[in-house]
Design a protein around this ligand. Structure first.
Ligand code: SF4
Length: 370
């Protein structure tokens, strides 16, 4: 079955459209720019202005072309266009996983003994309104200067337990090939670093970044794994399929980490279509995250019981390997939302037990506002 192509706007040459540099230079940054792809609602216009200083609003033309022109509840729009609901979240916090406290050196997050998330870049191709790292992505103070990257690499060299390095951010594939090659070369030269993973949303939001030359570069540093981030079947296009195909042909296993988001993928049919589509693209549905207790995102969160119902309904109705593990990330690490880790509900909180026996109480009212 062929995947649909993203609609290229009239007047944009095919060569420009498929050039990732062109896409980055022509990103949407205002309600006015957005009008080329969608009719912004009054609420969206107000929120774009009101949130200008709080969390960056930037979208690639490619991703914007997937939006419904008239429906503000379109699942693509909901992910990337501000809404005034972001201004009203009494419970959300800036750093729900306490990542700053888990950082031995700037932008290295260590929750487990043997692996780290290394936030090499504060930039993304676009900014998802529910982003876990909204406190840092797009914020200049979190950019990594060359000497800061060097200090983080020194820390990894001096920490022999680290065998698994996740390059994330932000998005590491926003780096040029040269910069990425330099970083991978430095990591590969550290004997105890066994695998390098890349966490990137570019196969979804800017698939033209996945070029032959990028794949030839990545191949030189195997074992490389990629985890990407599709949330809705409408994101499964000919262009994203081509990007995933290039990666898998380069010998890179590609997994998907989605986030369970109200109004985007919180129903059985949507989740089933997403997971089955990913498998057809040879992308393994790996995790589906419960949306974090993050500032400005109450309108995205669903009761954990709802997530459990969705994944229970998929069991037996699709291939087992098409069903991702539904997890809650906590300051103690990821916890599967399933027995025996799920300990039950205490009023508005759900209690889970992490791998190390630590109990965590997640605020998760069964009736959300917004
Ligand atoms: S691409 Fe990832 S890191 Fe970037 S804004 Fe979206 S969720 Fe956050």
């Amino acid at each position: 079955m062929a995947w649909p192509e993203a609609p290229r706007p009239a007047g944009v040459a095919a060569g420009d459209w498929r050039d990732w540099g062109w896409q980055m230079r022509h990103r949407i940054r205002s309600a006015r720019d957005l009008e080329a792809f969608a009719e912004p609602s009054e609420d969206e216009r107000r929120a774009i202005d009101a949130l200008a200083e709080r969390f960056r609003f930037v979208i690639t033309p490619y991703y914007a072309s997937l939006m419904d022109r008239t429906d503000p509840d379109c699942p693509i729009r909901r992910q990337v266009v501000p809404r005034s609901a972001e201004l009203d979240d009494p419970h959300g916090v800036a750093d729900p996983l306490d990542e700053v406290a888990h950082s031995p050196v700037k932008n290295v997050v260590r929750v487990y003994r043997d692996r780290i998330a290394f936030c090499v870049n504060n930039e993304c191709a676009l900014y998802c309104r529910y982003c876990l790292r909204k406190r840092m992505v797009g914020e200049p103070e979190w950019a990594m200067k060359q000497r800061e990257l060097g200090a983080a690499l020194d820390w990894i060299r001096a920490t022999p337990e680290i065998r698994d390095v996740l390059l994330t951010g932000g998005d590491p594939l926003v780096f040029s090939d040269d910069k990425l090659g330099w970083l991978l070369g430095e990591l590969r030269a550290i004997p105890h670093v066994e695998i390098v993973r890349l966490g990137t949303r570019l196969p979804v939001t800017l698939p033209f970044r996945v070029t032959d030359s990028l794949c030839r570069l990545l191949e030189r540093y195997h074992p490389i794994w990629v985890n990407t981030h599709f949330n809705h079947p409408r994101e499964l296009t000919a262009e994203s399929a081509e990007a995933c195909d290039l990666l898998t042909r380069a010998g890179i296993p590609v997994g998907n980490q989605s986030v369970l988001l109200r109004g985007v993928n919180d129903d059985v049919e949507t989740m089933k279509a997403l997971c089955e589509g990913l498998v057809r693209m040879r992308v393994r549905p790996y995790y589906c995250y419960q949306a974090q207790l993050l500032e400005g995102t109450e309108h995205f969160r669903v009761p954990i019981e709802r997530g459990l119902e969705i994944f229970r309904a998929l069991r037996g109705r699709t291939s087992g390997f098409a069903i991702p593990l539904y997890v809650l990330d906590t300051p103690h690490g990821k916890v599967p939302l399933a027995e025996p880790h799920l300990r039950g509900r205490e009023g508005d909180h759900v209690v889970v037990e992490a791998w190390n026996g630590q109990l965590w109480r997640e605020l998760n009212p069964t009736r959300s506002r917004g």
